[in-house]
Design a protein around this ligand. Structure first.
Ligand code: GTP
Ligand code: MG
Length: 232
């Protein structure tokens, strides 16, 4: 799917070095998204829009719930187009949040079974070019809480580690499994991905995990020191 993947040794070093702090509840204000609007769609060879101070992108396999997550956390069910048919999002869709405070970027999903070889190839090029552009400050990598990560998920994770992109793992569709099993399933899927064993259980149906993701976004926006803009 993607080129330029790191080897096992590189990945093991990443885990060993990762002093991963899943989430710190230190903020005394609750961050909210007050305004959100679609800006533009970008396909291969087209220009990205004028940069905003921060850019947070959502990536994951087709149908995992990326567009639904954007709608849920922005409180606007109609912002990003969702569908039960996989492969709905084909381009890179930019949404401006809080009048230019940051972008949320909806990336096309990978692993869409019906996609042709050439579609998969152009998907790979589109995503690789985007991730290597240095525009993205933080990536939310979505995995389905009910299933073990796919080979494509594992590739995507290795890729973002290789490019040193800060990330948060999100285990979607948490409403589909029993509440008592959610944390363990999310964390075990993170581990199977080859990552430190922590993912946020999230449901765009019930809003579970929404507060945690908003808190995470707040940290990303505040934390210029931890997540400096990549000048590539
Ligand atoms: N039960 C449940 N269904 C969800 C959840 N999130 C998304 N869905 C459903 O899953 C399907 C796919 O959701 P999308 O948000 O369009 O998925 P996507 O990752 O953007 O898909 P692509 O654009 O094809 O890559 C839709 O039918 C959603 O209603 C969730 O948290 N719980
Ligand atoms: Mg989508």
């Amino acid at each position: 799917m993607l080129q330029h993947l790191p080897n096992e040794e590189f990945m093991n070093n990443h885990i060993a070095k990762c002093e991963f702090c899943p989430y710190t509840e230190t903020m005394d204000t609750i961050f909210t998204i007050k305004q959100a609007e679609f800006v533009t769609s970008v396909s291969l060879g087209q220009n990205y829009p004028v940069p905003f101070p921060k850019e947070i992108a959502i990536v994951g396999k087709s149908n995992v719930g990326k567009s639904s997550l954007i709608n849920c956390i922005s409180g606007n069910g109609k912002l990003a187009r969702t569908s039960s048919q996989p492969g709905k999002t084909r381009m890179i869709n930019y949404f401006s949040i809080n009048r230019g405070q940051f972008y949320l970027v909806d990336l096309p999903g990978y692993g869409y079974a019906k996609a042709s070889k050439s579609e998969q190839k152009s998907w790979g090029e589109l995503i690789e070019k985007y991730l290597a552009s240095g525009r993205v400050d933080h990536l939310f990598l979505l995995i389905d809480i009910r299933h073990e990560p796919t080979e494509n998920d594992r590739q995507m994770f290795r890729y973002l580690v290789y490019y040193n992109i800060p990330y948060t793992l999100v285990a979607t569709k948490s409403d589909k499994i029993a509440k008592s099993k959610r944390k363990a399933a999310a964390n075990s899927n993170a581990k199977l991905l080859g990552a430190p064993p922590y993912a946020v259980p999230f449901s765009s149906e019930t809003g579970e995990g929404k507060a945690e993701l908003l808190e995470r976004i707040h940290q990303i926006l505040e934390d210029a020191q931890t997540f400096p803009k990549n000048e590539k």
